[in-house]
Design a protein around this ligand. Structure first.
Ligand code: COA
Length: 140
């Protein structure tokens, strides 16, 4: 768990990154799944998804260490998470990302996610979140 915490703290600013208790709760939740990608014998990135309802799953976080970015790890992680959701008959993936995180917004758009609304003051640092969704029926 400490490895994932360290990666999350490297990927997100304080106030946006999770603490150990939050991360542990997400990973251990019976409706959640966590995937990690290893490179050169160490974890380079991970994704936690949570089944929210009979129809939808939520991406809790996706984190790729800076040295491994733009090499397909993010795509691999989100692909397996979407397939996990599709195999369970879910129709939609939902996520929040910071309004200021243009790299993540481009990443999600490239995978067919749409910005559906903005939640002001979502993060504890006061920044707003974009809610983005992907309907599997429409996308595949
Ligand atoms: C967002 C993130 C997970 C992407 O991971 P990644 O491994 O770099 O993504 P990939 O290499 O699979 O990129 C897939 C595509 O997404 C788009 N993309 C990814 N990062 C991008 C960036 N910084 N700028 C523009 N487009 C980007 C591109 O279309 C890219 O394809 P290309 O490299 O062939 O052009 C990674 O940047 C990250 O961990 N960031 C910090 C944490 C974060 O913001 N997480 C998401 C918010 S919850």
């Amino acid at each position: 768990m400490k490895t994932l915490l360290k990666i999350d703290q490297e990927c997100f600013p304080p106030g946006v990154s999770y603490n150990l208790e939050e991360l542990t709760e997400f990973v251990r939740h019976p409706s959640s799944r966590t995937w990690v990608v290893e490179a050169e014998g160490a974890v380079g990135g991970f994704l936690i998804a949570h089944r929210d309802s009979p129809a939808s799953a939520h991406i809790i976080t996706i984190d790729v260490l800076e040295k491994w970015r733009r090499q397909g790890m993010g795509n691999l992680l989100i692909y397996v998470a979407e397939n996990w959701a599709i195999r369970r008959g879910l129709r939609r993936m939902v996520l929040e990302t910071s309004e200021q995180n243009s790299a993540a917004q481009r990443f999600y758009r490239a995978r067919g996610y749409r910005h559906v609304r903005t939640i002001p003051h979502y993060y504890s640092d006061g920044s707003a979140a974009w809610v983005m969704t992907k309907d599997f029926d429409a996308a595949r």
